[in-house]
Design a protein around this ligand. Structure first.
Ligand SMILES: CC(=O)N[C@H]1[C@@H](OP(=O)(O)OP(=O)(O)OC[C@H]2O[C@@H](n3ccc(=O)[nH]c3=O)[C@H](O)[C@@H]2O)O[C@H](CO)[C@@H](O)[C@@H]1O
Length: 370
């Protein structure tokens, strides 16, 4: 079956956006005539990530539904009404054959409008606990693709629509050719030395940034190199901190706001220190990358800790809780892991067993079954 026109929606954070782009990239590879419109909000990361991927981007306005009773929800209900009308117009103008949503509030009006117009719809849930938007939409869409079997508990009333596929980003990251010189070209590093990548999800994590920045003077004495991705909004704050505290950044440490080419960089990384957002974990597992996971304690139902535990239980990662994180704990754990190549290889192997290298193809099959 050839699909020539699709609308994608998903937003707020990278964890919702990159899976949508991964599906698009594969569908475009299979059908070069594919045309795509991405609907997001101007406030989410999609407003910068999607145009960079050369995909047409249109925005609507919608904020998050509060889980508790709140006057703000009246505003959200009003926005939902008006943005559904706006989304309907965009959908009628674009005439898609399929609409896919990958989570985040913006999907609610877009997928709801598409379902009302009778256009085939699919949503993808990345987490082990379903997001509010996906739970709401599951009643109206045709198919619900999942990445954890545990999430089926959140979709019991629509179990006939649910299918496990894994996270599309897992399949996408395996398609990148290895660039042996990416470390020297992009970071001025030695291409031969072990390299650690520290980042806190797509928006950055203050606690991880703090521990990493406070470790810089220790990192200076090490035989490995460290890239710290602070998250765009936090970068200037930490660079000011470094200047005010007269911390000298050594040659084996590089601090950047955001990494645009993560799949390419991952190929040359030996150990990752990061949050345990579901899309990041799909990448780490499919590539077989050892990691130290520091779950965000600020997410719905503590789902990042559950995500992390799934890896830890399979000896595919180590976990440090944010409450126990400081620079000495961080440096000590990195040292212990990076100096033990055999244990690192074993962890990589265990991680790979949890990967989802066929996720997109499984989603495409699911679409074809609608
Ligand atoms: C605080 C919060 O609500 N986090 C949620 C959000 O996280 P978040 O958006 O951080 O999601 P993930 O960790 O799942 O994915 C981040 C994505 O951004 C990429 N990346 C990150 C940093 C960078 O510099 N460059 C870059 O490309 C990663 O490679 C990955 O593809 O969505 C995830 C998927 O629904 C959830 O599991 C997380 O709990």
């Amino acid at each position: 079956m050839k699909i020539n026109r699709i609308i994608l929606s998903g937003g707020g954070t990278g964890g919702h956006i990159y899976p949508a782009l991964a599906i698009y990239n594969r569908m475009k590879e299979l059908n070069p005539d594919l045309e795509c419109l991405y609907i997001g909000t101007d406030k989410g990361l999609e407003a910068s990530i999607v145009p960079k991927a050369n995909i047409d981007f249109k925005s609507i306005e919608i904020s998050g539904l509060k889980r508790s009773l709140s006057l703000d929800n009246i505003k959200v209900a009003w926005e939902m009404l008006t943005s559904t009308q706006k989304a309907k117009k965009m959908i009628k103008d674009f005439q898609p054959e399929l609409v896919i949503g990958t989570g985040g509030f913006v999907c609610a009006p877009v997928l709801y409008a598409a379902a009302q117009l009778g256009i085939p719809t699919l949503i993808h849930e990345q987490n082990s606990v379903a997001g509010v938007t996906n739970k709401f939409l599951s009643r109206f869409v045709d198919k619900v693709a999942t990445s954890f079997h545990e999430v089926e508990n959140d979709f019991t009333k629509v179990s006939h629509k649910v299918a496990f596929t894994g996270n599309p980003r897992g399949q996408e990251v395996t398609n990148y050719a290895k660039d042996e010189h990416i470390l020297s070209k992009n970071y001025g590093f030695n291409d031969q030395l072990p390299t650690v990548l520290i980042f806190g999800g797509s928006r950055g994590a203050p606690a991880i940034n703090k521990a990493a920045v406070e470790s810089i003077e220790d990192f200076a004495k090490k035989e490995y190199q460290v890239i710290i991705g602070t998250g765009s909004v936090h970068h200037s704050e930490w660079m000011n901190y470094i200047e005010e505290n007269q911390i000298k950044i050594p040659n084996n440490v590089k601090i950047v706001p955001y990494i645009d080419n993560m799949p390419a960089l991952f190929q040359r990384i030996d150990l990752v220190v990061c949050r345990s957002g579901a899309t990041t974990l799909a990448e780490l597992t499919t590539l077989g990358l050892p990691s130290i996971l520091i779950p965000s304690p600020y997410v719905t139902n503590n789902h990042q800790e559950m995500n992390a535990i799934a890896l830890v239980n399979n000896q595919a990662a180590e976990m440090i809780k944010e409450s126990q994180l400081d620079s000495s704990q961080l440096v000590h754990t990195i040292d212990r892991m990076i100096l033990d190549q055999t244990a690192l290889n074993k962890m990589a192997e265990n991680a790979k067993k949890l990967g989802t290298p066929h996720a997109i193809d499984d989603i495409i099959k699911l679409v074809e079954s609608i």
